[in-house]
Design a protein around this ligand. Sequence first.
Ligand code: F0G
Length: 477
Amino acid sequence: MGSDPRPDRPSPKTGRHRTIIEPFKIKVVEPLALRTPEQRALNLKRAGYNLFLVPAGEVTFDFLTDSGTTAMSAAQWGAMMVADESYAGSQSFERFERVVRAVTGFQHVIPTHQGRAAERLLFSVLLQPGMKVPSNNHFDTTRANIEQLGAEAVDLVIAEGRDPADLHPFKGNIDLARLERFCSENRGRIPLGMLTITNNTGGGQPVSLANVRGAAEVYRRHGIPFLLDACRFAENSYFVKLREPGRSLSSAREIALETFAQADGCLMSAKKDGLSNIGGFIALREDRWLDRLRSQLILTEGFPTYGGLAARDLEALAVGLEEVLDERYLEYRLATARYMAEGMNRLGIPTVQPPGGHAVYIDVKAFLPHIPPHEFPGQALVCELYRREGVRSCEIGSAMFGKFTAGKFIPAAMELVRLAFPRRSYTQSHFDYVLEGLASLADERTSIRGMRLSYEPPYLRHFTARFEPLGPAESTP
Ligand code: F0G
């Protein structure tokens, strides 16, 4: 995967090979849905030009999310067969707990069915209306779970993290000066502080270990518990190894442990770096919230030794959390997004720089400047990527965040399209094939037209909204 040797390359091995290969062979396969552009055009029409409403069986390359879409290993499937499905005290939980403790260093482990369940649980125990929770950037569900309790989710990412073209190596870093000020100004109103590694909202951008340590010091000085949103902790650790001065000789595992050592606990959606299709957890150093968390867990998720998961899921996670720290895997994993971003850039498709760990974000404002934000350029591009190439991607722009206020349209700050890559699922030839198709899309970009919104639901518009393509006479030039 990839041939560009710099800057994200560990020291050369033999010097004979430049290609970073998929470090696995394939034992189980599923067919790709191959359709013609005409069939896909029909699918789009039926789905109201909303890719969330296109059946997955009609998608060839599904880059909607990297969450829960991992291909599991033979070792994971094998472990699932020996799972102990006992209601209480399952041996599978013991194995899962042992691995979480070893990887994170946190003693207390509460399983949940996915990340947002961990968020809801923790915040329902810690938050009151009027409180504030700082982070670099909160993920959507984290923000929603904070805000539905009447508290405020505050983003304090560094300025470089908000500039799509900036090449800062750790664009996920939190602004430590602003964090210090924020903590001083809101004394007594911050029940916990967070950091998301990697920073998904900001483009899957890593956070340096120095920044994690700096944030920990600020939080400690103010007596604020510090929790990591750690769903891509292994990818973050490998970025640290590649990019942070003095870290190249540490293993990803050591870096992960050192990262967790700065915090009091973590929230985890294990559907990402757990290399599993479902699962999550809260892990904590101390037991002070434990009783309340476990009571809440029993109310809505399940007994504390399964937390909404089957024991076979716990087994898959126990194996996945170890496999994800394999550096051959991580080298290949980070090469995927880099390879796609560089390939697109060569075709003149601008992407958020530098590429993050799990996804490539197309800067649609720069790519389709002829479509104004109120005509949803990101949505138009998402549809075109599907119609031409069978690629499913996700609009993160005005279709998701734009607002109509008093008859006026207020666009999103950025018009992005995210291609998030499932782990261990697609090969380099798949990515090459997609890039070949993108060449003609890039050449014909001026023929892409905007869209109008034809149905808007009251909440979370992007999941169920419907659109219509604008005719040539309707488009604003
Ligand atoms: N935190 C981060 C940083 C995430 O990226 C996600 C999910 C969650 C929490 C919530 O976890 O889905 O298991 O409930 N991100 C997915 C995505 C949905 O596509 O980026 P969950």
